[in-house]
Design a protein around this ligand. Structure first.
Ligand SMILES: [Zn+2]
Length: 496
């Protein structure tokens, strides 16, 4: 606008000497039209941009958004170049990319409606992308994914593995159970038809050789592979086979043992129990070995999703039973009932077993700075959804970030694990990871700076989702709506 004003001024100078006033005004108005400025859906004025990659704050910036994309950032003067439907004075606020939860589960085949109620909950808590790591309602999840992409349904962008690969008669409902390579091929064919975003493999009954083949074959077909770590393998063997992410930090303890291979062999043969294996790993813990082994994982590009929020809740159920958590009001009654199995299992533990839960969790969590130092890519994920007790969709990701900081990351590193490493896992770094031109406008406006205190991610002033501005008032209305739906369901259940 300023540039065009100068041109106008020059034209006016010229015209005043030569033309009639009417023509001058005509030209002036024509030029005003030309100067008219580009259309924008939303302008945020005078905000502080959190540069997560560089751990810095860019003060007093204007951010212009149109059609779900950031089209300009700069000093406040740039706002004059745009006509906007909505302008927000974001003075004193902090703008950062919205959060990614890189490990959650939709699931429970009788709980489809309650799962669907989680979609707005994620958005209201600032989590605009989730990685669904398998469950038993994959067809519904894939349907939601497409509806959300098309804008028909409100919810986070979903990346999903679809049903996971397992062995015959596993404990997991809704998985794809394979017993040999022919079945593996058929399973991968069917996942290709479902157009899943990555492959999830777990090790309940899947035969170890087939587990390795499944990783290799999935990678050959272009997918990334996320998995638990089956007992007979060292993490290096899994990494060498092409594993993209190891889920849950507990598995990383193995690579911190001076005796990893021998313990893996004994566990594989069933000579020692899981508990004995864990005890031996802790007894042979060596931070230097851990660092060496983690560097090898980093070199191979195997990332880690620690999911500490979930593990710590279960480890410390004796200290906090979570029965009075306020957040429970946002979760459907049947979904909450799926929490019982882990609670029941933990309640059978004696004092010794409880103490071991604590020790094991703390030893695993202490690996976080070593992983970071070794250059292993960390991804922030919760394991929230169904089954995993009190591990809440939405807020759980904020707790996970806080836990990453508690155990040794800087706030910037924790944020990177969500908003930079998350998109990069799905080759989306071009579209996400920063508040800058051409990135998608999935953003969080916070009341305080998350780089100085990671808990400030919870102080959400607004969520911008696909360029739509959801004010605190709007977010509260969404939450209240969910709360009412849950209350209705609970009431209906108590009547029947
Ligand atoms: Zn999980």
């Amino acid at each position: 606008m300023r540039l065009c004003e100068n041109i106008l001024y020059a034209k006016a100078q010229f015209l005043i000497g030569n033309m009639k006033g009417t023509l001058f005004f005509l030209l002036l108005s024509t030029c005003a039209l030309n100067a008219q400025t580009k259309q924008a859906d939303l302008i945020l004025l005078n905000t502080n941009i959190i540069d997560v990659a560089h751990n810095t704050v860019l003060h007093n910036k204007t951010v212009v958004i149109n059609k779900g994309v950031i089209i300009a950032t700069g000093n406040d003067a740039i706002s004059k170049n745009y006509t906007s439907n909505k302008t927000i004075d974001a003075t004193g606020k902090y703008l950062m990319p919205a959060l990614w939860d890189m490990h959650m589960h939709f699931g429970g085949d009788t709980l489809i409606e309650e799962n669907k109620m989680l979609l707005p909950l994620f958005i209201a808590m600032g989590v605009t992308t989730v990685r669904d790591c398998a469950g038993d309602i994959s067809l519904d999840v894939i349907k939601w994914k497409h509806e959300i992409d098309k804008g028909i349904l409100e919810g986070p962008t979903i990346f999903t593995s679809g049903p996971k690969l397992e062995g015959p008669k596993s404990i997991w409902p809704g998985d794809l159970e394979i017993a040999n390579e022919t079945e593996l091929k058929l399973a991968l064919d069917s996942l290709q038809k479902l157009k899943v975003d990555f492959i999830k493999i777990t090790d309940n009954t899947l035969s170890p050789p087939l587990f390795l083949t499944a990783i290799k074959e999935s990678r050959k077909r272009g997918w990334k592979v996320s998995a638990h770590a089956p007992v007979p393998f060292t993490l290096q063997e899994l990494s060498d086979a092409g594993l993209s992410t190891i889920e849950h930090i507990g598995y990383l303890l193995r690579a911190a043992s001076t005796d990893e291979k021998r313990i893996a062999d004994l566990r594989g043969k069933g000579t020692i129990s899981a508990k004995e294996g864990s005890e031996q790993i802790l007894k042979t813990f060596d931070a230097d070995i851990a660092l060496q082994n983690f560097k090898k994982l980093a070199a191979k590009g195997t990332a880690v999703v620690p999911t500490m929020n979930g593990s710590s809740i279960v480890a410390y159920l004796d200290k906090d039973d979570h029965k009075k958590d306020e957040y429970l009001k946002y979760l459907g009654p049947a979904l909450k009932r799926t929490y019982n199995w882990r609670v029941d299992r933990a309640s059978k533990d004696n004092a010794e077993a409880i103490a071991f839960r604590h020790t094991n969790f703390e030893a695993a969590a202490a690996l976080i700075p070593l992983l970071q130092k070794a250059g292993v890519v960390l991804l922030a994920g919760t394991d929230a959804g169904y089954l995993n007790s009190y591990n809440y969709p939405g807020i759980g990701l904020h707790y996970e970030l806080a836990m990453m900081v508690k155990y040794g990351l800087t706030p910037a590193q924790a944020l990177q694990a969500s908003v930079i490493n998350g998109p990069a896992f799905f080759n989306q770094q071009k579209n996400y990871g920063a508040v800058e031109k051409d990135k998608k406008a999935d953003l969080l406006l916070l009341d305080q700076n998350p780089l100085t205190d990671i808990n400030n991610t919870q102080k959400i002033n607004a969520v911008i989702r696909k360029g739509n501005y959801l004010s605190r008032q709007k977010l509260d209305a969404i939450l209240l709506q969910i709360e009412k739906q849950v209350a209705q369901k609970e009431k209906a259940e108590s009547v029947h």
